[in-house]
Design a binder for this molecule. Structure first.
Ligand code: FEO
Length: 174
């Protein structure tokens, strides 16, 4: 049975992951409006990943006999100054999410909730990747600078990203 405090914290994280999905979908729409379909694709895939993260929390809360309580999702920004400022925002946001995940791990340890701690370790690893991939794109944008053809090349690269659900998701075991 899920501790009440832990249930509340996990529900809050479910909401934070939904917000992340909303934020990246908004960034996708922004890139679409800037005629950068590859950047828009990268963000759309990212939005799908965040939705998958949210569903992991949804399923875990249910599996532990808790109650999923969906809350209002805050409206994200709709405009950014440039691709660089957008990815600076992504990196900052992912650093914030890492802090939220670490806070959840702290709470699981405090409550001696080993199952939640174990579940959250997937997110600890995932956040390392999330920060690294945002940072990687940001570095490439900085390298390209004001070179239009470089930006188009990068757009093509980012257009190749596809959403691949983890095997456990496909089997419906998570
Ligand atoms: Fe769900 Fe981007 O962390």
């Amino acid at each position: 049975m899920l501790n009440e405090q832990m249930e509340k914290a996990l529900n809050e994280q479910l909401n934070a992951e939904m917000y992340s999905s909303y934020l990246y979908l908004s960034m996708s729409a922004y890139f679409q409006s800037r005629d950068l379909p590859g950047f828009a694709n990268w963000m759309r895939v990212q939005a799908q990943e965040e939705l998958m993260h949210a569903m992991k929390f949804y399923d875990f809360i249910n599996e532990r006999g808790g109650r999923v309580k969906l809350d209002t999702i805050e409206g994200p920004e709709v405009e950014w100054e440039s691709p660089q400022s957008t990815f600076e925002h992504v990196l900052k946001h992912e650093q914030k999410v890492t802090g939220l995940i670490n806070g959840l791990v702290d709470k699981a340890i405090e409550l001696k909730d080993h199952a939640s701690n174990n579940f959250l370790q997937w997110f600890v690893d995932e956040q390392v990747e999330e920060e690294a991939s945002a940072s990687d794109v940001l570095q490439k944008i900085k390298l390209v600078g004001s070179d239009g053809s470089g930006l188009l090349f990068l757009d093509q690269e980012l257009g190749k990203r596809i959403f691949t659900p983890p095997a456990s998701e496909q089997e419906g075991t998570q």
